[in-house]
Design a protein around this ligand. Structure first.
Ligand code: BJW
Length: 256
């Protein structure tokens, strides 16, 4: 693919892919951190900036890290919330929201916790790894909307005094069962599965395109780098999601 600003990007999409997409009514897209990269959100395995550059994200997103140093983990998530609040959805988020309006059988699955798909207007959306802006009581696992501010990091649950935690799924934790079952059922039932901006390394999300492949769907990967999925996907579109997703939308599902 060409550079993101190139208006001829659509001309380079494989004609065979566009033919498949045009006839498809059941389409699932799975997104990862790469879809938000062009908004300015660092991908999960990118080096963290400034204050956080000496930490590996994988070492902060675990229940063990939270038990060991709850203030460190709470402050990292507070920093990420402020970062995400300062950015906007990009053309990839907007194209996926438009796809939902054009295809009645479209479903978006995301591993991202940044809320940018919702801000772009997507509503048929399953957030597999939770929501950065949701806060839970770490003991009761119930949502907590307000708490007394005593300057504690993390603050305490107003009901039971347990530390509050972000409403995200950490390594070693299970994904919410109804969301995971729906994601597998949708992947098994779709005609086209788009894997966009994910390293395809983290389970169980990485198994969703395999489930779609086994069920006979056409699997399309959109990524700036090769991943383990690249070897088995039907089509691999190498380039930035902010360029390729709008080009796919325009070529396969134009308005009118
Ligand atoms: C662009 C781009 C542009 C950049 N355009 N592309 C089976 C086998 C082996 C291990 C396991 C297994 N089952 C479970 C595990 C353990 C573990 C796991 O998968 N580990 C692997 C690392 C091996 N999984 C779990 O623990 C899961 N729980 C579970 O399965 O429970 C049952 C169980 C537990 C224990 C043992 C066995 C069973 C839970 C996983 C939860 C993941 N949570 C996180 C944190 C969320 C909160 C937060 O954000 O802080 O989710 S980890 C992190 O990784 C985050 C992401 O959603 C997730 C995926 O990352 P993603 O999106 O792929 O991002 P990156 O940065 O890796 O990649 C970005 C990609 O974009 C790259 O490819 C770039 O090239 C590309 N890109 N710019 C297009 N412009």
């Amino acid at each position: 693919m060409r550079a993101p600003s190139d208006p001829d990007a659509a001309a380079e999409l494989p004609a065979a892919l566009i033919e498949v997409l045009k006839d498809s009514t059941e389409v699932v897209a799975l997104t990862g951190a790469g879809v938000s990269a062009e908004s300015g959100v660092p991908t999960f395995r990118d080096a963290q900036s400034g204050l956080w550059s000496r930490y590996r994200a994988e070492d902060l997103a675990t229940p063990e890290a939270f038990r060991r140093d709850p203030a460190l983990v709470w402050n990292w998530y507070a920093w990420r919330r402020s970062l995400v609040q300062a950015v906007k959805p990009n053309p990839a988020h907007l194209a996926l929201a438009a796809l939902e309006r054009r295809i009645s059988g479209f479903q978006l699955l995301t591993q991202n916790v940044d809320g940018l798909h919702r801000r772009a207007g997507s509503s048929r959306l399953l957030e597999l790894h939770g929501d950065l802006f949701l806060t839970l009581c770490s003991a009761e696992r119930t949502p907590v909307e307000t708490w007394p501010e005593h300057g504690d990091a993390p603050p305490r649950c107003p009901r039971c005094e347990a530390p509050l935690r972000p409403g995200v799924v950490w390594f070693g934790e299970t994904l919410p069962e109804p969301i995971l079952s729906s994601a597998f059922a949708l992947s098994a039932g779709c005609q086209v599965f788009l894997s966009i901006g994910t390293s395809s390394l983290v389970q169980p999300a990485a198994a969703l395109p395999l489930c779609a492949l086994e069920s006979g769907a056409t699997v399309v990967e959109i990524n700036t780098e090769p991943t383990p999925l690249s070897e088995i996907a039907d089509f691999v579109l190498n380039g930035p999601a902010g360029e390729i997703v709008p080009a796919l939308l325009q070529s396969a599902w134009p308005t009118g």
